[in-house]
Design a protein. Structure first.
Ligand code: FMN
Length: 178
């Protein structure tokens, strides 16, 4: 069985809480304790063959970090450090909470920055998520070919759907670590 590394960015704790739920659902024997990306080095991510990476969206469609007014450094400061690192052979699954009502023109768009950065480093992105009919938003940078690049959640408007979405998504991913 392959170990799964879980790393997240957060300002107000939602993405951390989801990371913990993911770790608990996968089980401690497979998933290591989730780590805030502000405390991680690129080498820490390279320890894993499978990564689950979470980010909220701040500003207007931006990554969390200092320039979007977050309390701490986050993905914004981490991604430039990765430039030129080889993630070939690694599988990366992305998730992120957003707010489709208040930010309907940029719903969960920050996922796209992770998608682009890890794709550029050679990683294979797994766990794309169908938009389906439950979401209600105008536009999202996280959509490619009519699918989200990862699991998009909305704890402010669709909290009741989160657990079910997570269960389906993690079931989808499970063959990657078994
Ligand atoms: C100032 C601010 C800007 C935000 N911008 C966006 C946005 O552009 N798109 C989006 O989908 N959500 C946006 N959100 C919603 C957050 O992504 C959402 O609340 C998320 O759950 C926060 O995660 P965290 O608690 O892990 O920091 C914004 C929230 C705040 C407070």
């Amino acid at each position: 069985m392959t170990k799964v590394g879980i790393f997240f960015g957060t300002d107000t704790g939602t993405t951390r809480r989801i990371a913990k739920t993911i770790a608990r659902t996968i089980g401690r024997e497979t998933a290591d304790k989730p780590v805030n990306i502000r405390n991680a080095e690129v080498a820490d991510l390279l320890n894993y063959e499978i990564l689950i990476l979470g980010t909220p969206t701040y500003g207007d469609g931006e990554l969390p970090g200092k320039s979007t007014g977050n309390m701490t450094e986050s993905w914004e400061e981490f991604l430039p450090k990765m430039k030129g690192t080889d993630f070939t052979g690694k599988k990366v699954a992305l998730y992120g909470p957003g707010n489709q009502k208040n930010y309907t023109g940029n719903f969960a768009s920050a996922l796209r920055y992770l998608y682009d950065a890890f794709t550029e480093c050679g990683a294979e992105i797994i766990g794309r998520w169908d938009i389906g009919s439950e979401y209600n938003f105008k536009q999202s940078g996280a959509v490619i070919d009519e699918q989200f690049v990862g699991l998009v959640l909305d704890e402010e408007n669709q909290r009741e759907l989160t657990q079910e979405r997570l269960d389906i998504w993690l079931n989808m991913l499970e063959p990657s670590w078994f």
